[in-house]
Design a protein around this ligand. Structure first.
Ligand code: PLP
Length: 436
């Protein structure tokens, strides 16, 4: 049935249309994941889990409990303060256990962005007398690249490491780029657009061979927590950033791992919370939710094989079923990529057009990083791995969670099949401008 829209959220069936055509975008999605368009119900298929995940029931319960009951200030001396402090320390212990580090090496932040800023600016400023040279890959998240851009204005020199077509760095080449004045190296553990898993343990070993004067190694592990084994990575890095909302926790909560003995300068002045490194009253509800999500981290680990299998089924469905529409898989070979990210491109189409067309069929995806998806320029990640503009502009990221089902994949493939051939024909008829 083709539908034309009435007022927002109300939909009127168009006369003489079939039963399974596209539906008006922006129907209402209730918490049960059902999109309702008047009498029409469409199950929502959420394939944007690298941007954010649905919170677990246990997370919502923990946040609610902290808001309504454990609302004391963790710094207060009375029992309610102690109760809030216990929640914060419980979550810290949970993360410490997951990473195999000491609770005292973890600092809560307002998310991955702040953790990256604190790590990079905090470490660079603390070491500025020793040197001002920083190494980073060109495929990092904007919260890394822009934090380093800010440091350039303070006189730091930022050098971009070469990556191969899959986005990977070569540990030996990283070591070769280190100069006597290199104070910091930052390499993301898992890339958020194409799922590249970096050889961080090997990079850490290569840097360790440089001895006492080696630079610090930071990793943005926001997309890695719960998605790839991290024990070996954490043993070889000095700083690592995390975010709760990528593992079914709440938004606005994250953490920074700081290896014992590493000195950072805080970004803000305030009270002594988080041992003075991150002052400000702790976000107890957010941290409570992070703790609850961490308690189910093992379930994420158990879902890896299933996620990989579903991702492959999704790819095969696109590769084989799009009626002549060109599709390319981007990023590393499947076995080497993170289990939750499938990046594809439809050269000749624009990613954002595809994303909007999918939404009309109840499927939610992204063009690349959610933070930059409103930026019309081709992704810096896809350019850095050598893709031509035409391919990069046609990129779509599909990202799975432990809750993605076989039915979701089937529905997503059906949505691509329903939407893309017409877009493709239209784009070919009108030239590239027609697909904008
Ligand atoms: C790799 C990576 N780093 C950092 C962030 C930022 O995390 P947050 O949203 O918690 O600030 C994200 C989120 O998209 C990410 O994917």
């Amino acid at each position: 049935m083709r539908l034309r829209s009435g007022a927002r959220g109300t939909f009127v069936p168009a006369a003489g249309t079939g039963a399974s055509g596209p539906v008006e975008r922006r129907g209402r999605a209730a918490a049960d994941g059902i999109l309702r368009y008047g009498a029409i119900r469409l199950k929502r298929v959420y394939l944007d889990n690298a941007a954010s995940t649905q919170a677990l029931e246990s997370v919502a319960d923990a946040v609610r409990h902290a808001l309504l009951h454990a609302y004391g200030n963790p710094s207060s001396l009375h029992g309610m303060g102690l109760e809030a402090e216990r929640i914060v320390e419980g979550a810290r212990a949970e993360l410490a256990r997951a990473l195999g580090v000491e609770p005292a090496e973890l600092f809560f932040t307002s998310g991955g962005t702040e953790a990256n800023n604190l790590a990079l600016k905090g470490a660079a400023r603390a070491r500025a007398r020793r040197g001002r040279h920083i190494l980073v890959t060109p495929i990092e998240h904007d919260s890394v690249l822009n934090a380093l851009n800010a440091l350039k204005a303070e006189g730091f020199e930022v050098e971009y490491l070469p990556v191969d077509g899959a986005g990977r760095v070569d540990p030996d080449r990283v070591r070769e780029r280190v100069r006597p004045d290199t104070v910091l190296v930052s390499i993301g553990a898992v890339n958020n657009e194409i799922g590249t898993v970096q050889p961080l343990a090997a990079v850490g070993q290569a840097l360790a061979a440089l001895g006492e004067e080696r630079p610090l190694l930071h990793t943005d592990a926001v997309q890695a927590l719960g998605k790839v084994p991290l024990g070996d990575v954490i043993r070889h890095v000095d700083l690592a950033s995390f975010s709760a909302h990528k593992i079914h926790g709440p938004k606005g909560t994250g953490a920074l791992y700081v290896r014992r003995g590493v000195k950072l300068l805080p970004l803000a002045e305030g009270g002594g919370q988080e041992r003075g490194l991150r002052p400000g009253t702790e976000n107890v509800p957010g941290i409570a939710g992070f703790g609850a999500a961490l308690r189910e981290l093992e379930m994420l680990v158990q879902a890896w094989p299933r996620m990989r299998a579903l991702k492959e089924a999704l790819w095969e469905g696109l590769r084989d079923g799009l009626d002549g529409v060109q599709v390319r898989r981007l990023g590393p070979p499947p076995a080497e990529a993170a289990p939750h990210i499938l990046s594809v491109a439809f050269p000749g189409l624009r990613g954002e057009v595809v994303v909007h067309a999918l939404e009309e069929h109840g499927v939610f995806a992204s063009t690349g990083s959610a933070c930059t998806s409103r930026d019309p320029r081709p992704s810096h990640v896809l350019k850095a791995v050598g893709l031509e503009d035409e391919v990069a502009q046609g990129a779509v990221r599909l990202s799975l969670s432990r809750f993605t089902t076989e039915e979701d994949v089937e529905r997503a493939v059906a949505a691509f099949r329903a939407a893309l051939p017409a877009l493709w024909r239209f784009a070919r008829l009108r030239g590239r401008g027609g697909a904008r």
